[in-house]
Design a protein around this ligand. Structure first.
Ligand SMILES: [Fe+2]
Length: 210
């Protein structure tokens, strides 16, 4: 059985200074998930902050999932475009990581609690779970595009709603950071699914036109 730390229970005046770290500590939560602090000097009412943090947490769960889908794709990509996709997927991963931190910290500054752990993210995200195994490049890219589409659609709804509620900071984050980055990444990905000739031009279209 672990030794009891009698020093910790002693009154403050009787406590000895000790170099021993206080290990294995647990205590009740100081704030429940899904709540916001009552009063903050932000000039934003509690119900607004509650609604915004709920929506931002959904966006955070989706963005963490997309970020991780990029790393999975970075590691598992195969085929003649391996090198360029290996690099592109990692670039997008880094950009999504930045967004994850920006969303999470906005939830906290609004008085809420950011979702963080993988199991909680998996329960919350609206993005389809991929298999553990390796998939072909067109499937990898399609999955990434589907995930982006979910995030972009929710960005537009949240941009409208935050504008209506007067939460300009959330509106700016959703449009400037999340929406614009996702739109650009969608472009870079979707061009890889254009079935254009790689070496030999398609001359049949020339003959059809003449
Ligand atoms: Fe890597």
């Amino acid at each position: 059985m672990a030794k009891k730390d009698l020093n910790a229970k002693a009154p403050a005046s009787e406590r000895r200074v000790s170099a021993q770290p206080r290990l294995h500590q647990r205590a009740a939560e100081i704030q429940k998930f899904g709540t916001v602090s009552h009063m903050l000097p932000l000039d934003l009412e509690e119900p607004v902050r509650l609604e915004m943090t709920e929506q931002l947490n959904l966006m955070l769960a989706d963005t963490i999932t997309l970020r991780d889908l990029y790393k999975k794709s970075h590691w598992q990509v195969a085929g003649p475009t391996f090198y360029q996709l290996h690099l592109l997927f990692d670039k997008h991963y880094e950009e999504q990581s930045e967004i994850v931190d920006t969303i999470a910290e906005r939830i906290q500054l609004l008085g809420g609690i950011s979702i963080a752990m993988a199991a909680d993210v998996a329960e919350t995200t609206r993005i389809e779970r991929p298999p553990k195994g390796r998939e072909e490049v067109p499937v990898q890219i399609s999955r990434l595009l589907d995930a982006h589409q979910i995030i972009v659609g929710n960005c537009r709804k949240l941009a409208d709603r935050s504008d209506k509620l007067g939460d300009a900071g959330t509106n700016d984050l959703v449009v400037s950071d999340v929406l614009r980055t996702n739109e650009l990444q969608i472009w870079f990905l979707s061009e890889h699914l254009v079935d254009a000739p790689l070496v030999v031009a398609d001359q049949t279209r020339l003959r059809d036109a003449s």
